[in-house]
Design a protein around this ligand. Structure first.
Ligand code: TNX
Length: 544
């Protein structure tokens, strides 16, 4: 009886809240939610607002709710008549979509019901944005938001090899992802210019591979390189890595580490010259040093030397212990084959494994590493070159996933072969490319990718049938940092394009509309300012 009474009261409250909608259904949120039903009246969050949580809600989520909303919100077990309430609940039947949530805002109570803990977190992010957009008055409109992501994978990458960023910035970067409901941080930890993750078994990586001899200054591609003569580099200790992985996990973000192979390996070779190819005369390769400028380098890991695989699998074992992610990224991109062509050991491997050529040797390399990852219960992910050099004996596991970067063809091919694909085409989601034609625009990598172009990206290729399309995991923005020597510059290149990418990953296709996105983005300016995010202010100017 009491329950029925309560339902009646809630029912009436609900009806009065929704009786005369006075607001249009335009929302200010980014990413735009699946559905917003506005209602009349408003809710005011105060210090008296009580936090009410179902048993299945983890204590950490309550702490996070207080932190995100910036209110003490003392917990209570039952609603009182005097205070307004914020109620959190997990109910996977009521909210069937993973990461989904329903936010019901009434005049005296907010009910946030989610499919899972991640859904609660994303619902809290929506609530936080609504509160911040309502600042300083803090009144938010009564409304019902039903929301869930379009894609399960919504990622941002960061290259910390070309330039190293402090732990504090990595956390700020993760915060930026979390605010806009991205759920994966792809951490590009090794490349020609520096090895950035501590591997206890190989201290040479920290001593040697983590540093390059000189720092490039000016970052002018068009001009001759200039150097300041100082050693540049650094690495993240395993304790720092664990702290970052934990920090991300608290925000429902998975960190995928990338250890590049067989190419982009100069820094590693500087510490392990024996893992480079033999010279044509059979003498050892090298000498090697971490690169002091950008590009693609011919010196790569030797595919004919078993020590290469021993060292890399030992490295991956430590990486696996640090990162609980399902996927481990092994790079695979841009591996020149010239050294392999003249290396006696590589040629012997081609013969003994009955491979047709060096492309198949690369595939052999990737497959051999994949077997190790699979033995450790993990899945391989790599750039689209991992599909090259296929022969039937070198088939990758079905579980191997492909990041399509040179366009969308690699992704399409992957999905046709029933591999999961993540679309990261350089044409639309490379945030090292120019975002504006403004004369003050600082130096960027080649290419022009204004916000409008990033926003226009549709990840699902028309040419796929429904069965193939199931293999599309999602989208990711890539941030190669050759021309981003500081955190401020990296942020500038990333924002606001990250918001466009976030909406592509989250919002259903029919709800995406660039003018409406721009309207909402303008409203977000004070939020970005308050977070001290250095975004490109020219996003609102004509792009061509
Ligand atoms: C290509 S994208 C690369 C990176 C560079 C980037 C510059 C990819 C898998 N490889 O090594 O930093 O171009 O835009």
């Amino acid at each position: 009886m009491r329950i029925i009474g309560l339902l009646v009261i809630i029912g009436f409250g609900w009806a009065s809240c929704f009786a005369q909608p006075t607001f249009s259904d335009s929302t200010a949120l980014i990413p735009r939610p699946v559905s917003v039903r506005p209602a009349s009246g408003s809710f005011l969050l105060t210090r008296q607002t009580r936090l009410l949580a179902g048993k299945s809600v983890p204590a950490a989520t309550l702490t996070m709710a207080r932190q995100l909303l910036g209110f003490p919100l003392s917990a209570t077990t039952s609603a009182t008549s005097t205070a307004s309430t914020l109620q959190l609940r997990i109910d996977s039947t009521a909210i069937p979509k993973p990461e989904g949530y329903r936010l019901l805002i009434r005049t005296t109570a907010i009910d946030l019901t989610a499919h899972d803990d991640a859904g609660l977190f994303f619902g809290l992010q929506s609530l936080r944005q609504l509160l911040e957009l309502a600042a300083p008055m803090g009144r938010i409109r009564c409304q019902q938001i039903d929301d869930y992501p379009r894609f399960p994978y919504r990622g941002m990458q960061l290259d910390v090899s070309r330039h190293m960023f402090p732990v504090s910035f990595i956390k700020k970067y993760i915060d930026g992802l979390a605010r806009y409901k991205l759920n994966t941080f792809h951490w590009h930890l090794t490349d020609d210019q520096g090895w950035r993750v501590e591997i206890k078994r190989y201290p040479q990586l920290q001593r040697t591979a983590a540093y390059r001899a000189q720092t490039m200054i000016g970052h002018k591609k068009e001009l001759p390189h200039r150097f300041d003569g100082k050693r540049y580099g650094g690495f993240y200790t395993q304790d720092e890595v664990r702290a970052i992985v934990r920090y991300a996990a608290e925000r429902h973000i998975t960190v995928i580490p990338e250890i590049e192979m067989p190419g982009h390996a100069l820094a590693a070779l500087s510490a392990f010259p024996n893992l480079g190819c033999l010279k044509p005369d059979g003498s050892p390769g090298g000498p090697y040093a971490a690169a002091t400028f950008w590009g693609i380098f011919d010196d790569v890991f030797c595919a004919g030397n078993d020590s290469t695989f021993t060292m890399l699998t030992n490295v991956l074992d430590e990486v696996i212990d640090l990162f609980p992610s399902r996927y481990i990224h092994i790079g695979g991109d841009e591996c020149p084959k010239v050294r392999w062509q003249t290396c006696a050991r590589c040629q012997a491997r081609i013969r003994s494994e009955k491979l047709a050529n060096e492309n198949e040797l690369q595939r052999y390399f990737i497959r051999r590493i994949e077997k190790h990852l699979n033995r450790r219960g993990r899945q391989l992910i790599g750039w689209d070159e991992i599909l090259e050099g296929h022969n039937p004996s070198l088939r990758l596991s079905d579980s191997a996933a492909v990041m399509s970067w040179r366009g969308i063809e690699g992704g399409i091919q992957a999905m046709r072969q029933h591999h999961y694909a993540i679309m990261t085409p350089e044409s639309h989601v490379y945030f090292d490319y120019y975002q504006s034609l403004h004369p003050d625009e600082p130096l960027a990598a080649a290419g022009y990718t204004p916000l409008r172009k990033t926003y226009s990206y549709e990840p699902l290729p028309d040419s796929l049938d429904a069965d193939e399309a199931r293999y599309l995991l999602g989208v990711q923005g890539n941030v190669w940092t050759e021309y981003m020597p500081t955190p401020d510059k990296a942020e500038y290149m990333v924002f606001p394009r990250l918001l466009a990418l976030a909406e592509t990953g989250w919002t259903p296709r029919p709800q995406r509309d660039f003018p409406d996105f721009l309207r909402r983005l303008r409203q977000q300016r004070p939020l970005l300012d308050r977070q001290n995010v250095h975004y490109d202010p020219h996003f609102d100017e004509p792009t061509d």
